[in-house]
Ligand binder design. Structure first.
Ligand code: HEM
Length: 437
């Protein structure tokens, strides 16, 4: 009995000791890592740091900025002494100087951390927000059409057509329009391609050929389209730039803002009411905004496009950030934008900016196409035949028509040679809508 009791006592003590030792080791592992004496390495990592990293434990040095001054680079502290592989790569990643024999400064850039962030934005945020923006504008326009309906010529068609845009103006406009549409379609295809179009093509192919699925169908079909699209995008861009210059030269003076435009904008062009439009010259306030947006955004799109077309040739963003920093300082706000971007960062900013501006323009142009076609009765012919109905012109651009009348440029209907068209009823001479009895 006594021996049994002694055995039980010994077992209990052993168990308690085991639990206590387990607790103490647990306490040790969960607590803060003991400080490491790095005097021997001049502050650089020690063998203990390397072992800790291998055990998956945190090493405070990993958050640091590299090997401190004076650290030995040889010795028994790793494959390269104080300067171990991990530390070398950390320095390279953090943009610190690592000597290389590469002649090309871009090739000498071994690791570029920002690249991962840029790629992620390129693959996720940019396509996602692009879809949101395009769906939103299409939904808004549909809603507008349903609520407001088509903007009609209130006084009906007249039989008189007046010239609104000359051949060269229309040529400039359509060169701009067709080149922009080609650029938009091919640009969006490049943005969505690898992540979305390839799986979509694979899906269509699988639905259509369930018995003979080619696993590379999407990639192969997209590769062809991407090649042709890239070629078209790079070359059609020149037509876009040329037409941008053309419309700027032809229309800039007519698009200088005036007080009339402010009043036009304050009344939203009379768009929300069924009767009457505010006064306007050849271009109204809304058109002037469109003109300047096309010029400014189109100019910026062209500049960033050229930077992408000629890689590593320009440092636009460093220069722009420098100017923005100066503006910030002038108004007492520190922007602290990086003004010494590497050539690769310049390219990444150019790609992101190019995409953002393009999407903003696409959204604006969708709204413009709507108003220049289905949204407004009588508008399209201005850019189609170059002529518009006199009643349409009087309703939307009354000051322009008044000027033409003064100059005697409004053709008079047959048999009304002496009368001023100003005195004609807006709807005259209209075709009777009810057959004569
Ligand atoms: C199929 C597409 C397009 C159609 C149907 C269209 C239609 C029109 C029409 C009818 C006008 C004359 C409006 C008026 O007489 O007052 C016009 C003007 C203009 N368009 Fe377009 N357009 C198209 C594409 C584009 C594109 C892609 C751009 C630019 C990238 C553009 C830029 C302009 C500019 C700057 C004006 C002069 C300002 C204005 O009248 O709003 N257009 N367009």
């Amino acid at each position: 009995m006594k021996t049994v009791f002694l055995k039980l006592l010994a077992l209990t003590v052993a168990a308690m000791l085991f639990v206590a030792s387990g607790e103490s080791s647990h306490a040790q592992s969960s607590g803060e890592p003991a400080a490491v004496d790095r005097t021997a390495t001049g502050g650089a990592q020690t063998l203990e740091d390397i072992l800790r990293r291998q055990r998956g434990e945190a090493v405070p040095l990993d958050a640091g900025t590299g090997t401190p001054e004076g650290a030995p680079t040889t010795g028994p502290l790793g494959s390269q002494g104080g300067l171990s592989d991990s530390e070398l790569w950390r320095r390279a990643r953090q943009g610190q100087s690592v000597s290389t024999s590469a002649q090309d400064p871009n090739a000498a850039f071994l690791v570029q951390d920002e690249g991962a962030q840029w790629l992620e934005t390129r693959r996720t945020a940019l396509p996602t927000y692009t879809v949101y923006a395009i769906v939103a504008i299409l939904a808004l326009l549909t809603l507008f059409l349903l609520i407001r309906g088509r903007i009609r010529i209130m006084s009906g068609w007249s039989s008189i057509k007046i010239e609104r845009f000359s051949f060269i103006e229309r040529f400039g406009h359509w060169l701009l329009a067709t080149s922009f549409i080609v650029l938009a379609v091919t640009g969006l295809a490049l943005l969505f391609g690898r992540e979305y179009l390839v799986p979509a093509l694979d899906w269509i192919h699988a639905k259509m050929n369930p018995d003979a699925i080619n696993p590379n169908y999407g990639k192969e079909a997209y590769a062809w389209f991407a090649g042709a699209g890239k070629w078209a995008h790079d070359n059609v861009a020149w037509a876009f730039m040329l037409s941008l210059v053309m419309i700027f030269v032809m229309w800039v003076f007519r698009n200088i803002p005036t007080w009339t435009d402010v009043k036009w904008l304050a009344q939203l062009g009379g768009m929300l009411r069924q009767h009457g439009h505010p006064h306007a010259r050849k271009f109204n306030g809304g058109q002037k905004i469109l003109f300047w947006l096309v010029i400014i955004l189109g100019g910026s799109l062209s500049a960033s496009g050229l930077a992408l077309l000629q890689p590593y040739e320009y440092s636009m963003f460093s220069a722009t950030f420098d100017k923005l920093n100066s503006v910030g300082e002038a108004v007492g706000y520190s922007l602290a934008l990086n003004t010494s971007l590497t050539p690769i960062q310049e390219m990444q900013y150019a790609q992101q900016w190019h995409t953002i501006i393009a999407v903003v323009m696409i959204v604006i142009i969708i709204a413009h196409i709507y108003i220049g076609s289905v949204g407004m009765q009588g508008a399209f012919s201005a850019m189609g035949s170059g002529k518009v109905d006199l009643n349409w012109a009087r309703e939307h651009h009354d000051m322009w028509v008044a000027k033409l009348e003064k100059k005697g440029k409004i053709p008079r209907p047959a048999g009304a040679s002496k009368a001023s068209t100003r005195d004609m009823p807006l709807s005259a001479p209209r075709k009777p809508t009810v057959p004569a009895e």
